[in-house]
Design a protein around this ligand. Structure first.
Ligand code: F6P
Length: 543
């Protein structure tokens, strides 16, 4: 039941504010002492993902109030509206239907009277046929050679998901094929990606929802020049370039046959698109069956999000806990710490998903918010982070809620490695929560002057996500978990999680500056004094 008060005037928000004042100094040590069962009770499982949220600074009352806030903010209605295909991306007047990308064949979801699920499966089938041809060697390059390297050119949502998934699912990938990714407009990226390759064995996937993005189109043109310099025949483009886009006209203009184009739709946001045709590189790497397993994992989490009571709903719980720390404890960041080497790009992927979605300063009706929105997401795989920035999380002055992600089984069992890895996950969460008191440090025989330095205050919250092992399905479920946590947060904050106007101004200004860098003579500059001076200095330095 949604109330019409502004967020900070809602009864649940006010109750949470008072409740926070009452419990903010409670220590996790005491919460566990008075309620030893919380380690088993404050957990939830869905689709093979086990969440232990007991090491959070919450009581049963906190959870009750947070769940009340979700109700007051109309989370149930918003979920239904999203899944139904309502145009909830109001500033772009679009439906938000990444969930349709993984809906099973035969499901019906209508957008403007058109069933989008049959469209989705049409594209998936076309991708599968193409991926099979590349993997089997049936699809050859212009000279008849087999494709050995596939380079995905894209940026943002047309890059981060494919990069992350290739790394995450490497165990399942065809090792006879190498995938590379080019995103940066810095010429070093494409140069390094192609320098040791034979154009006759290299296939480019140009991935761009709009097919107008400066970085991607610049890299795509350079790739075409590189390819044609080696193959010396315009006709080679048809065998070495395919496109993933919503913009058939621009694809044609670029010279790619639209028969070799894989489409998607404006109701798929860039950062929610790795399971659309944007995942073509992923499908080539792991095969159509692996890709479909990943989609099934996404879908299972979608169903859980849509149907599970909020008190047991993983994305809802994660999202509400983030709101709790962001808005009541004043936390500014969330650390995501995967204890799996294959997930090394997962934090980078989550940065776009979370911050491009909820990095917003006005609500859906344009009112400026008077509370914090998205925290900064960051992280590195464990155990590497432990030897780098964990010091600050343990003993620094900032409260940084952490998500630990771990798997019970390694895909590369090797001696004691996995037990050692897992011992570290459990130890870090334990140390953060419970710390080490001054009395304990002293009892270890430390001199008084050293005691404060070696004391761990503890009371630093974390979630632990434990899964069986990293499969395509598990990856899909994990990503959907964060997508829907972001949705939950965005719903509480009342923002549009699906537009990204904040990236526009810089793009426009860059387009204005480009001719000023390239013009001959001394072009007139009408920027501020700093920008003018930097441009002049650069022009002089570049010679
Ligand atoms: O600039 C931001 C952005 O629009 C992202 O949202 C998007 O994922 C990325 O650029 C790439 O856009 P496109 O797929 O259209 O090239």
């Amino acid at each position: 039941m949604s109330s019409h008060h502004p967020l900070t005037q809602r009864p649940a928000w006010l109750a949470l504010r008072d409740h926070h004042a009452a419990i903010r100094d409670l220590h996790l040590r005491d919460l566990f002492k008075t309620d030893p069962a919380r380690g088993e009770r404050m957990t939830a499982t869905a689709v093979g993902v086990f969440l232990d949220y007991s090491k959070n600074r919450v009581t049963d009352e906190t959870l009750k109030l947070l769940l009340g806030l979700a109700d007051e903010c109309g989370l149930r209605d918003r979920i239904d509206a999203m899944f139904r295909g309502d145009k909830i991306n109001v500033t772009e007047k679009r439906a938000v239907l990444h969930t349709a990308l993984r809906a099973p064949r035969g499901t019906k979801i209508l957008v403007d009277g058109q069933d989008v699920v049959s469209d989705v499966h049409g594209v998936l089938d076309k991708m599968a046929a193409f991926a099979d041809r590349v993997r089997s060697g049936e699809w050859t390059g212009h000279t008849g050679k087999r494709i050995r390297t596939v380079i995905n050119i894209g940026i943002g949502g047309s890059d981060l998901g494919p990069v992350m998934a290739y790394e995450a699912l490497k165990h399942y990938s065809d090792r006879g094929l190498t995938l590379r990714f080019v995103s940066n407009v810095d010429g070093t990226d494409i140069t390094e990606a192609t320098r040791d390759l034979d154009p006759a064995e290299t296939l480019f996937i140009i991935s761009s929802k709009t097919f107008t993005t400066l970085e991607t189109m610049t890299n795509a043109r350079t790739a075409r020049d590189w390819s044609l310099a080696g193959l010396k025949d315009e006709k080679a483009v048809a065998k070495h370039f395919v496109a993933v886009s919503t913009n058939a006209e621009e694809v044609k203009k670029f010279g790619i046959d639209t028969a070799n184009m894989f489409g998607f739709w404006d109701w798929v946001g860039g950062r929610y698109s790795m399971d659309s045709a944007i995942g073509l590189s992923t499908m080539i790497a792991v095969g159509p069956a692996g890709f479909r397993d990943m989609l099934a994992g996404f879908h299972a989490m979608d169903e859980h999000f849509k149907t599970a009571p909020f008190a047991q709903n993983l994305p809802v719980l994660l999202g509400l806990l983030t709101v709790w720390y962001t808005n009541f404890f004043g936390s500014e960041t969330v650390a995501v710490l995967p204890y799996d080497q294959y997930l090394k790009r997962f934090p980078a992927y989550l940065q776009q998903l979370t911050m491009e979605s909820n990095g917003k300063r006005v609500t859906l009706d344009g009112t400026e918010v008077d509370y914090q929105t998205s925290p900064i997401y960051w992280g590195e795989p464990g155990t590497n982070g432990q030897h780098s920035f964990y010091q600050l999380i343990h003993q620094g002055t900032k409260l940084i809620p952490c998500d630990f992600i771990a798997f019970a089984k390694s895909l590369n069992p090797s001696g004691r490695h996995h037990d050692l890895l897992m011992a570290n996950v459990f130890a870090q969460a334990e140390a953060l929560a419970f710390g080490k008191t001054a009395a304990e440090v002293k009892a270890d025989g430390n001199p008084d002057w050293l005691v404060p330095h070696r004391t761990f205050p503890g009371n630093r919250p974390s979630n632990t996500l434990l899964l069986d092992h990293l499969t395509p399905a598990a990856l899909g479920s994990l990503i959907a978990l964060y997508e829907h946590s972001v949705f939950t947060q965005g719903t509480i904050w009342g923002v549009n999680s699906f537009d990204q106007w904040g990236v526009e101004l810089g793009k426009v200004l860059a387009q204005r500056i480009v001719p000023e860098l390239e013009a001959a003579g001394d072009p007139p500059l009408a920027h501020d004094a700093s920008t003018n001076a930097l441009i002049r200095r650069y022009r002089k330095m570049k010679g």
